[in-house]
Write a protein that binds this ligand. Structure first.
Ligand code: NDP
Length: 283
């Protein structure tokens, strides 16, 4: 049976470390600050935002909440971002997605100062990641890399297969694995013979959003499996993108869903905010 990569425990350790470093930074007069902007009433977004606020409070990070009504105009939102860009107490700005349909998401994300872009979605930060000189790394892929580090996975020369090419998970995690000297295959909905690609992989990272689409018998004996997917089946059950039970029989290490990648994302958001505040303290 595979070793279970306990994201909850790894994230808790990282959050403890962040709390200690935040306390240390405060002694020099700098309190890390994260602005969280929510537009509208989307229930899932409200849950995510309150989780982020709670995590900030636990770590000693100042969180500046902006809950705007669904009819907020793009100009009003851009004006708020401009104000937060200039606010010296704020080290990170997070605009919770998705935004209401009348607001241009790209325009909003590009209005955030790249120096406060804790989600790492601004083209400046995407470019820095792609050129091997990252400033802010997107939280979920950053968390995946921390988990791989935690299990001592040396990616040098390894075959990594990433399933899913989104801008928030698949593409950036592929770049991060490349930077760790892996040979990376980035798969998507038009990939031919996905099973064969996965069968050859030393590390499989699944970020598709389809329940258990990566079959257990595709996993090479001893491979490391990172399952990013969060899929609701039925009323209460959550499953990943990987057929967990069968994959765990073959994998060397595997992340569960829930309790795997999920908890890492918020931990890395705090980490990005702290790193930004540490840079402010050095300026
Ligand atoms: P997207 O929907 O943006 O991207 C899904 C990707 O999967 C696309 O690149 C798509 O290909 C590919 N895909 C779809 N069907 C297939 C298929 N049959 N075979 C191969 N590839 C396929 O998803 P996200 O990256 O945003 O999220 C992926 C999953 O991860 C979701 O379940 C999401 O909930 C979860 N997630 C979890 C997070 C966490 O904190 N744990 C954070 C972010 C996401 P194509 O490009 O060709 O359409």
């Amino acid at each position: 049976m595979a070793r279970i990569i306990d994201g909850k425990a790894i994230a808790a350790g990282i959050r403890e470390q962040i709390k200690a470093e935040t306390a240390e930074l405060k002694k020099s007069g700098v309190t890390p600050g994260l602005a969280v902007v929510l537009v509208g009433e989307d229930p899932a977004s409200r849950v995510y935002v309150s989780m982020k606020e709670k995590a900030c409070a636990e770590a000693g990070i100042f969180s500046d909440e902006h809950k705007l009504s669904a009819d907020t105009s793009e100009a009003q939102l851009l004006a708020l971002i401009d104000q937060l860009n200039r606010d010296e107490r704020i080290d990170g700005i997070l605009v919770q997605l998705p935004l209401p349909g009348h607001i241009n998401e790209t325009r909003v994300l590009e209005a955030i100062s790249p120096l406060k872009d804790v989600d790492g979605f601004h083209p400046y930060n995407v470019g820095r990641l792609a050129t091997g000189n990252p400033l802010f790394q997107p939280c979920t892929p950053y968390g995946i890399m921390k988990m791989l580090e935690h299990v001592g996975a040396d990616l040098t020369g390894k075959d990594v297969v990433v399933v899913g090419r989104s801008n928030i998970v698949g593409k950036p995690v592929a770049l991060m694995c490349l930077a760790k000297h892996a040979t990376v295959t980035l798969c998507h909905s038009r990939t031919r013979d996905l099973a064969a690609k996965v069968r050859a992989a030393d590390v499989v990272i699944a970020a598709v959003g389809r329940p258990e689409m990566v079959k257990g018998d595709w996993i090479k004996e001893g491979a490391v499996v990172i399952d990013v997917g969060i899929n609701r089946v039925g009323e209460k059950k959550l499953v990943g993108d990987v057929e967990y039970e069968a994959a765990a029989q073959r994998a060397g290490a595997i992340t569960p869903v829930p309790g795997g990648v999920g908890p890492m994302t918020i931990a890395m958001l705090l980490q990005n905010t702290l790193e930004s505040a540490q840079r402010r303290a050095r300026r």
